[in-house]
Design a protein around this ligand. Structure first.
Ligand code: SF4
Ligand code: SF4
Length: 288
């Protein structure tokens, strides 16, 4: 069976201090970190045991996971399992990725978000160069804040042409959908209008629930991060028996890691093998 699992443990902390983020410079207690690590260890054990399945994994932490050794170790371990097709992580790339030398570069991948004001562009580019040397796949992304536009454009100019730079809409920022800003950001990322949209999704077919699931630290499984109903648990044997192809129950889906699985958007055709790490198979067509 082919399964895609998005893992989000109890970790909710970050070493960066982005002014728009609730996880900025928040740290857990040692007991909370221990609990997060225990949940991750159980998840890795479950994956290691599922040798009859082909598994694709994406870590979507609240905050930054790769500052924690146990997440780096998990990525290395999982990438070297023959039945794991992909293990990808959302990261601010603050940790030098030399640790990925121990991972299988055909399986490990990063989606790296650049946060102007939290790190220098040159430092970020140097860490990307490490990924290039290691042969590890990655996408690069930014939050489309108006005041960061010059820095976003400079990053685009500095990146190799073949590296996809995605832009997430800052939907809480007043004026985030102003025409000239949307135009500028769409020049950077032709998929930006797709991200800007809250896609009507109630009753629409979505691969979550049948092929794609989210898992938390206790092993509870939900169809996605945006529908709270628990449909089974990894560790008590109730998953994956409870798989269902039911349509989306929510009015809209506005987050990339959700709407990318809406069937009518056909984004799996665009991203193909790079779906989890957000790397299109071909450069998205420009709309501007
Ligand atoms: S890097 Fe990401 S998680 Fe960390 S403070 Fe910034 S937005 Fe939040
Ligand atoms: S469309 Fe979005 S909210 Fe609805 S089930 Fe799919 S991922 Fe979840």
């Amino acid at each position: 069976m082919n399964l895609t699992l998005l893992y989000r443990g109890t970790l909710s902390s970050c070493n960066y201090d982005c002014p728009y983020c609730p996880f900025a410079k928040h740290w857990e207690s040692p007991a909370e970190l221990k609990s997060d690590r225990a949940g991750l260890d159980r998840f890795v054990e479950w994956v290691a045991d599922r040798t009859d399945d082909e598994l694709s994994l994406l870590f979507t932490p609240w905050g930054e996971a790769l500052v924690r050794k146990w997440y780096r170790d998990a990525v290395v371990t999982l990438s070297n399992l023959p039945h794991v097709r992909r293990v990808a992580v959302q990261t601010n790339l603050s940790v030098n990725p030399t640790w990925l030398a121990a991972a299988d570069p055909a399986t490990a991948a990063l989606w790296c978000t650049y946060h102007p004001g939290q790190t220098e562009r040159d430092s970020f580019l140097k860490r990307l160069a490490v990924l290039d040397r290691l042969g590890v796949r990655y996408s690069v992304g930014v939050v489309g804040r108006r005041e960061h536009l010059p820095e976003i454009e400079a990053l685009r100019a500095d990146l190799r042409p073949g590296v996809y730079l995605w832009v997430n809409a800052e939907k809480d920022e007043p004026g985030h959908d102003a025409a000239e800003l949307v135009e500028a950001l769409t020049r950077i990322d032709p998929q930006f209008p797709t991200n800007l949209t809250d896609h009507p999704s109630r009753g629409r077919a979505c691969r979550t629930g049948s092929e794609v699931f989210t898992v938390d630290a206790s092993g509870d499984v939900r169809r996605c991060h945006f529908v709270d109903r628990i449909i089974g648990n990894l560790h008590d044997g109730t998953f994956p028996a409870a798989r269902s192809a039911a349509p989306c129950p929510n009015a809209v889906c506005g987050c990339h890691i959700g709407y990318v699985h809406l069937e009518h958007l056909q984004l799996n055709a665009l991203y193909g093998d790079g779906l989890l790490e957000r790397i299109p198979q071909r450069r998205p067509a420009s709309r501007s």
